[in-house]
Design a protein around this ligand. Structure first.
Ligand code: CP
Length: 315
């Protein structure tokens, strides 16, 4: 298959769909877009319309997709809260809603609280569908932007040593990153979470079958030296039935400046998909290794520009 055909017309629902060649090609395209003057990109999606349907709240994924389409000269139809503002309120099914968006748009970017919904949406849709996060399932574009950020800094995605901390059970980004890094060789992820929020046994078993080593650790003391990245995550309040348990667990592992000074390597990227709700001390923000408020977030827009242009453009 020619590189230009890898993404054209495709859905992006899970990292399982991608291989090394497609990710490397996507990252080349991201680098090209980052270097290209803004004005030169404006014809890329001229005449195209992308539907953004977010059944769960979002700052970054919604805004960066919206900005990505506009920076490529396309337009958007946007639903930030379809459960209140679309005919879903009247009982319209997700399938019918999807078929309607298909009449007006060239692609759909959707977030939904129930894992697996995006797969269902992609099955009924005749236009490409991009998963912008489905419950505790996956968040493929976040994983791609995170791994692009690691790749941009370290120049490789093999032989990577990373640390993932927080809500690994419910963190859809975590699930996609594990899949992404398992496509490459000799990668190790150290996992640190409260025991109630460990990666599920199913996910751990599945990872064993993949080309990735997962090592569960119990405390900051066990963080290895010179990780390529640290990836902190929020404990996800919205996934808890027992709100008292959330309160007990939410600040189990706080990233402090002291911890960064003691344990991070000089080239360790400090990452977080955001939002953060207390699990990163503000003093960490000024550390040049902390990229969650700048490079990582901005790469979200560039990765989505690259992906949308490859999925939709005709050149
Ligand atoms: N990283 C991320 O998905 O952020 P939002 O929920 O704000 O989109």
């Amino acid at each position: 298959m020619k590189n230009s055909e890898i993404f054209f017309g495709k859905d992006i629902i899970s990292l399982d769909q991608l291989d090394r060649k497609s990710i490397e090609f996507l990252f080349q395209e991201v680098k090209r877009i980052k270097k290209t003057p803004v004005k030169k990109l404006l014809k890329t999606l001229s005449g195209k319309v992308v539907g953004l349907m977010f059944f769960e709240p979002s700052t970054r994924t919604f805004s960066s997709n919206s900005a990505a389409v506009k920076r490529l000269g396309g337009q958007t139809v946007e639903y930030q809260n379809p459960l209140e503002t679309s005919s879903v309120v009247k009982g319209e099914t997700i399938e019918d809603t999807t078929k309607m968006m298909e009449q007006y748009c060239d692609a759909i970017v959707m977030r939904h609280p129930i894992a697996g919904t995006l797969r269902k949406v992609a099955e009924v849709s005749d236009i490409p569908v991009i998963n912008a996060g489905d419950g505790i399932g996956e968040h493929p574009t976040q994983a791609l932007l995170d791994m692009f950020t690691v790749f941009e800094k370290h120049k490789h995605l093999d032989n990577i040593k990373g640390l993932m901390v927080g809500d690994l059970l419910n963190g859809r980004t975590v699930h996609s990153i594990i899949k992404c890094l398992s496509i490459f060789s000799n990668n190790t992820l150290y996992l640190l979470s409260p025991k109630q929020l460990r990666l599920s046994d199913k996910d751990l078993e599945e990872a064993k079958k993949r080309k990735i080593k997962l090592i569960e650790i119990k405390s900051f003391k066990e963080i290895p030296a010179d990780c390529h990245f640290w990836y902190w995550t929020r404990v996800q309040k919205e996934r808890f039935v027992d709100k008292d348990e959330y309160e007990r667990l939410k600040l189990s592992f706080i990233l402090t400046k002291k911890l960064v000074d003691e344990k991070a390597g000089k080239n360790t990227l400090i990452m977080h998909p955001l939002p953060r709700v207390g699990e990163i001390e503000l003093a960490v923000d000024a550390d040049p290794r902390a990229v969650y408020l700048n490079i990582e977030a901005k790469n979200g827009m560039f990765v989505r520009m690259a992906l949308l242009s490859l999925i939709l453009k005709t050149r």
